[in-house]
Design a binder for this molecule. Sequence first.
Ligand code: ADP
Ligand code: MG
Length: 621
Amino acid sequence: MAKIQLLDEDVINKIAAGEVVERPASIVKELLENSIDAGATNILVEIRKSGKNFIRISDNGLGMDKEDANHSIIRHATSKIRNSEDLFNINSLGFRGEALASIAAVSQMSIVTKVDGALEGYNLVCEGGLVVSSGPIASDVGTTIEVNNLFFNTPVRKKFLKTDAVELRHIIDIVTNYALLNPQIAIKLNHENHNLIQTPAIAAMRENVAAIYGYAIAKDLLEVDFERDGVEVSGLISKPYDVRNDTKQQVLFVNERWVKNSKLSKAIYDGYHSMLFTQKHPVFVLHVKIDPNKVDVNVHPQKHEIKIEQEELVLDVVCKAVNLTLENNNLIPVVDPSFDNDMMGVVSSKYVFDKSEQKTLEVSESDVSYGARGGVVGSSVVDALYDLPKVEEPGSTGGVFYGSEDVGLSDSDVSSGEVGVEEEVVDDSGRLPEMQIFGQIHKTFFLAQVEGAALVIDQHAAHERVMYEKFMKQYERSEVVKQRLLSSVIVDFALSQVGIVKENLREINQFGFELEHFGDNSFSLKTIPAIFGRLQPRETLMILIDEIETRGNKIDKIKEEIIMRMACRSAVMAGDELTVAWITRILSDLNKTKHPFTCPHGRPTMIKMTIDELEKKFRRK
Ligand code: ADP
Ligand code: MG
């Protein structure tokens, strides 16, 4: 056995650096935190080659004098806490005093800094943790830290870095999170001379979110503002149907610190009840404020894990905050308890998508496919509906998008003739039984009668199925029918999306959106897919961009999901009032689909109550 020896400081620093500096994004995080702690109102993050070779963060914060600058690169040297009691009452982002030492140990780092009132600034240059030069320098008040050649002296770590795209994504995420947390600070992220994120210094959180996630998302978010038992919850959350496939747009801050905490996240999901579709994720930017005495942030060197005292209470308040926000915005299903839940309860509920309900209520195809075919909902009805009235367009973004008539529903302009796809879709035999339609209940369901049973049909699910199959057909044949907008519409993307849009213009076009670059992050939208024109074409376009951004641009693999979301977004919603003519039209279209009994997500479009069941319920049998 060899003799035990104390490691020298250089090795200790490299080992410790591994915990703090995992990748370029960790450096960006630590330096951003320092700038924020220094009271900066303007922070510029510049990177090259995804941060692997060059990271520079400049702030207009307090700066450091010569002595502090020299101390700042020493491990466990900090201005933020003094003793172990302070550890449990931390009001700054940093406190461990090891970030600069760790970064300096594995890179070539330079600091230029000046405090207010000083005649000149101070410059410190280090390499592998050792100071190689220092001296006065002309500078503005504030601090600029430049990190070159990360891991130049630890080649193995360098090898573990991911591709440029992945490392850049991590940096974008970090800057995004801190920008979301700090609306009052103007933050800019510049990669190879392109601005990827740029937020102005503003007070309003929604505007800040708009600058980062884009206006389309920000404008529909609901505001959370709730306090109970000393726990404050504030921020923005999405409506249950404005969801994503991933958790990328979810940010959680506890006492001004960005944290990852699965229990808190779960509490937020719980707040949504069963209103979230499975495997869908809400957008949220939420701040939780708790007495700093009750949070331990000293769990991990990267400081994004926390331990909370009275955790149950905090989770409960967070859940309640989300829940009440949704409830106050009339987004919670109200089930009348006086109804028997296993059947009629569903009829009075706005959402029938609860998994448990689905099981008992699902209609198997054989259940419904009896009786005469075609019939009332057959194609003859379509002829009779040639002159449909205009549908109400709740939440419509204005006439400009609806150049021609009723794009979504009155699809006579989309079908047959010009495209020649409809012929094949029309299957005169149809899959639905003959039915008599009575109308709409709760502006959410259609009520109809078939032989021996009553049908309750979910208008959104049914229309979603129709839209999905129609568009899929057009798309697969590269025959998406476009509608030219009367005057083109300018769409602003988040800066991080501009590259994605430019690279995928052709693919985006295949979905019916003709875009032209208009300058900076603006594009002008010339056409929209005719079928989806009914509601907010901008939003439908955003769904497409969002999918490409988050799931990669192998369109063929993700087209289903994209079209599903577009169909969902543009289908009639619960709450849309529809005339019997419209109802008939939707059902007639549903009759022509391949899978009329489920929506594209697999939930039922209709449930059935047989006369037999009804008679039993009323104790007639
Ligand atoms: P910590 O942030 O945990 O204190 P760091 O190693 O990140 O440890 O920083 C060490 C010290 O250097 C800080 O406590 C602070 O006093 C000073 N410092 C670092 N960055 C800045 C900055 N951008 N502006 C002013 N002071 C800074
Ligand atoms: Mg720090």
